[in-house]
Structure formats: structure tokens, C-alpha cells
Design a protein around this ligand. Structure first.
Ligand code: SAM
Length: 209
């Protein structure tokens, strides 16, 4: 099964429940605050890989932004439309966005870049649909962070056999005792220039959470 099929058919079922259980964590709040500080209210925003839209797109829509969203999973898009009908969401591939050039004031993508087979193509697409002077914001995993490195090791080493069983038990215990989830990402913010190839020195910000 290729990665996109896995995301559509398998991961989406897990993510609907997982996102709800995860809640509106401090990491998400930091991301929302960053957008609120840097993008004027009322702006037109696109969330790439929006999932169910909860909590980030939902919060931003209720704060006064016009929110569009795209995700590869029809199950997640259906749930997104059910949770917040004011979000204009549709099924689509981040590597081939069907919006026209210059459509959005801000294009963002959170918790997702590490799932794309070709991140460079997605970044090109995000830049293309952002208007000139608009911003493109996304997070990437910080493998220097202890928690992230540990999570990565678990995914790679504890994904089969007895190790997988141990991992399932550990996750269950964590859930019961509400062990705090600690994420760490690097947030990148680019300012879109024209022509697209000239998005020179656009790494405006890098923030460690
Ligand atoms: C960890 S979830 C994050 C969802 C959402 N951004 C959030 O913060 O809750 C990753 C998302 O990436 C989506 N995704 C993965 N590959 C994709 C692709 N090629 N195009 C669009 N969405 C994709 C998945 O369906 C899933 O909703």
C-alpha cells in the first residue's frame, strides 16, 4: 500500500478519534496565536491537510478568518464539514492543489509535513496559491528534540511483533493517566514574492516550541 492510500484508508480512521482525544493542546494554541499575530483577521486562509478541522481551523474560523481546507481523506473532510459547516473544505492532494495562483492571504499546514511523499512539491504548491506578499506557514519535526526522537524511534522500532504489543499497552496507560503530550516542532514562515522562483530570503521566522 502506498503512503497516500494508507493516509486515506487507514490513518484517517485512527486520526478522527485521536485528534478528538488529543484536544486543543498548547502547541496548537501557539500556532493559532502565531497566525493571529501575523495575519489580519478577516483574511482568506487555506489549511493544507486540514484533517477534521478541529481545533486549529475551527478556532481560526470562529476568530474571524475565512477558512478553506483540503485533505486527502474523504472521511476526514466529511467530519470537518459536520463539525464546522463554515469551513469550506474539500478532498484533494496537497501535492496538486486545484486552487488558482494567488488565491489566499495565508496558506498553512500543521502536524502534517512529515506525511507527504514529496514535501518540496507541497511547498511549491502552497507558495503558488498564496498571493504575492502573503504568507506560507508550516511546521516540521525537530528530530533534535528528545520527545520527537523518542516518538520516531517508537514508530520505527516498535511497529511490529511483541514490541508493537508493548507500545499499545504503554499508549493505553499514558491515556488513562493523562501523561502530557509534548510536541516540538519548528515553525517556518515564508513571505511569498513574485515571481514565484524569487522567494528569496523568505525564511522569516523559525520558532521552537
Ligand atoms: C496528523 S494529521 C493533521 C491534521 C490537521 N492538520 C490537524 O492538525 O489536526 C495529518 C493529515 O495529513 C493528511 N494528508 C496526508 N497526506 C496528504 C496529502 N498528500 N494531501 C492532503 N492531505 C494529506 C491526512 O489525511 C491527515 O488529515
Amino acid at each position: 500500500m502506498d503512503r497516500k492510500t494508507f493516509m486515506k484508508d487507514v490513518y484517517s480512521k485512527y486520526w478522527i478519534k485521536e485528534r478528538k482525544a488529543m484536544g486543543f493542546i498548547q502547541y496548537d494554541r501557539n500556532l493559532c496565536n502565531y497566525i493571529c499575530k501575523n495575519v489580519p483577521t478577516g483574511s482568506k486562509l487555506l489549511e493544507v491537510a486540514i484533517g477534521t478541522g478541529y481545533p486549529i481551523a475551527d478556532f481560526l474560523q470562529k476568530t474571524g478568518y475565512e477558512i478553506y481546507g483540503v485533505d486527502i481523506s474523504s472521511d476526514l473532510i466529511e467530519e470537518c464539514g459536520r463539525l464546522n459547516p463554515n469551513i469550506k473544505c474539500e478532498v484533494g492532494d496537497a501535492e496538486n492543489l486545484y486552487y488558482t495562483d494567488n488565491s489566499f492571504d495565508c496558506v498553512y499546514c500543521f502536524h502534517s509535513t512529515w506525511y507527504f511523499p514529496n514535501l518540496n512539491v507541497v511547498i511549491d504548491e502552497m507558495l503558488r496559491v498564496a498571493r504575492s506578499g502573503g504568507v506560507v506557514i508550516f511546521d516540521i519535526e525537530n528530530l533534535n528534540n528528545k520527545k520527537i526522537a523518542e516518538g520516531y524511534r517508537k514508530r520505527v522500532l516498535e511497529s511490529a511483533g511483541a514490541r508493537r504489543a508493548i507500545r499499545v499497552v504503554k499508549n493505553f496507560i499514558n491515556r488513562i493517566f493523562c501523561v502530557e503530550r509534548c510536541l516540538s516542532g519548528v515553525l517556518l514562515c515564508m513571505k511569498r514574492q513574485r515571481p514565484q522562483t524569487a522567494f528569496t530570503s523568505t525564511l522569516a521566522t523559525a520558532i521552537l516550541f
